[in-house]
Ligand binder design. Structure first.
Ligand code: HEC
Ligand code: HEC
Length: 292
């Protein structure tokens, strides 16, 4: 709608309005301070009450005048330099849009150089730089802490601790980068319906003490579980099958939690953080933070 208006007309109208109001203001100020002498003569007709009580007409203090004059000169200079007088762009050719574009360009430029620098650093150098690691912490808090917790130590027996030595999908820089780029979908079948209640309980109890090879659950384990979790329970980073022989549990290590895991299965999903959420620099910083 605004775009349909005849720009020249409205612009001219605004120029006239602005000039007329400035001139009026100047006239009011001048007439207050420099009234012609005959106006002063009207004092003669000034009513007098109670013998000597007059309204008085002393002029306002002179410093007001200088202040108003200064403000008017400032307005004029401002209107000459900056946009404000209709569509006149001002002698400085300044505009909000240009200002935004140039500050964005400055930002990109100064940051591009830093990005190139970071891209050339070895991971250990990134890890040794406290400023970069502080940036990594901020990115982590923004993107990851909702699931993995502010300190990255996991939460709710659903989101893994990223600060321990136990990695489902591998803890090397490359493996962590893969996890972040493509996401991870774990798939642990529900065993209850497949092996029946008794064997489920046996194997769950066996997991409480993995080293007890005489346990009835050991046989079930070898038949149904070792393919993914490994004969020694060390897990498999290609399947995201966790280590079951250490004492670190994602979904809880008490008998009830393990039974729930076995009866219902588990399908943890780590979303992919492709380029639009983390650029290459941010990815590198996060990997540096997590890899050890
Ligand atoms: C929506 C929740 C969610 C967000 C957000 C999230 N993650 Fe995850 N992440 C998960 C889940 C769930 C898993 C476990 C997947 C599984 O069960 O295998 C996981 C697993 C991982 C793993 C693999 C751990 C291992 O032991 O191998 C890494 C590494 C990881 N996340 C890092 C991150 C980082 C870094 C961020 C932020 C950039 C992030 N995650 C954001 C839910 C999330
Ligand atoms: C097809 C491969 C596969 C087989 C076979 C398999 N698992 Fe798993 N298991 C997984 C995966 C993958 C996960 C991780 C699930 C997740 O992160 O959501 C998992 C997770 C678990 C967990 C949770 C560990 C934790 O830290 O909380 C337990 C317990 C477990 N499995 C026990 C078993 C037992 C017992 C068997 C045999 C009856 C078995 N699994 C067979 C792939 C397998």
């Amino acid at each position: 709608m605004v775009a349909d208006l005849p720009v020249g007309f409205w612009s001219g109208w605004i120029v006239v309005l602005t000039c007329v109001s400035l001139a009026t203001l100047a006239w009011v100020v001048l007439s207050v301070y420099f009234a012609p002498p005959d106006a002063k003569a009207e004092d003669a007709h000034e009513p007098v009450w109670d013998g000597d009580l007059r309204e008085g007409a002393s002029a306002p203090p002179l410093w007001w005048f200088w202040m108003l004059l200064g403000a008017m000169i400032f307005s004029l200079v401002y209107l000459m330099l900056y946009p404000g007088l209709g569509s006149f762009e001002g002698l400085l050719n300044w505009s909000q849009g240009k200002r935004l574009v140039s500050s964005y360009e400055n930002y990109e430029q100064s940051f591009d150089a830093r990005r190139a620098e970071i891209a050339n650093l070895a991971l250990a150098e990134v890890q040794a730089d406290p400023v970069l690691m502080a940036t990594a912490d901020r990115i982590f808090r923004r993107e990851c802490s909702a699931c993995h917790g502010i300190d990255g130590r996991g939460q709710a027996s659903l989101f893994p601790n990223l600060m321990d030595i136990d990695w489902q999908w591998g803890g090397s820089p490359d493996q962590i980068e893969q996890t972040l780029r493509n996401g991870r979908q774990a798939n642990m079948p529900a065993w209850g319906p497949i092996i029946g209640e008794e064997k489920t309980r046996d194997v769950a109890e066996y997991l409480l003490d993995f080293s007890d090879r005489e346990h009835a659950g050991r046989l079930v384990y070898e038949q149904s579980c070792a393919a993914c979790h490994g004969a020694e329970g060390a897990g498999n980073v290609f399947l995201g099958a966790p280590n079951l022989a250490d004492n670190i549990w994602l979904y809880g290590g008490d008998l009830d939690s393990i039974l729930t895991t076995l009866q219902e299965g588990r399908a943890g999903n780590m979303p992919a953080f492709v380029e639009n959420r983390l650029d290459a620099t941010q990815l590198k910083l996060i990997v540096a933070k997590l890899a050890r």
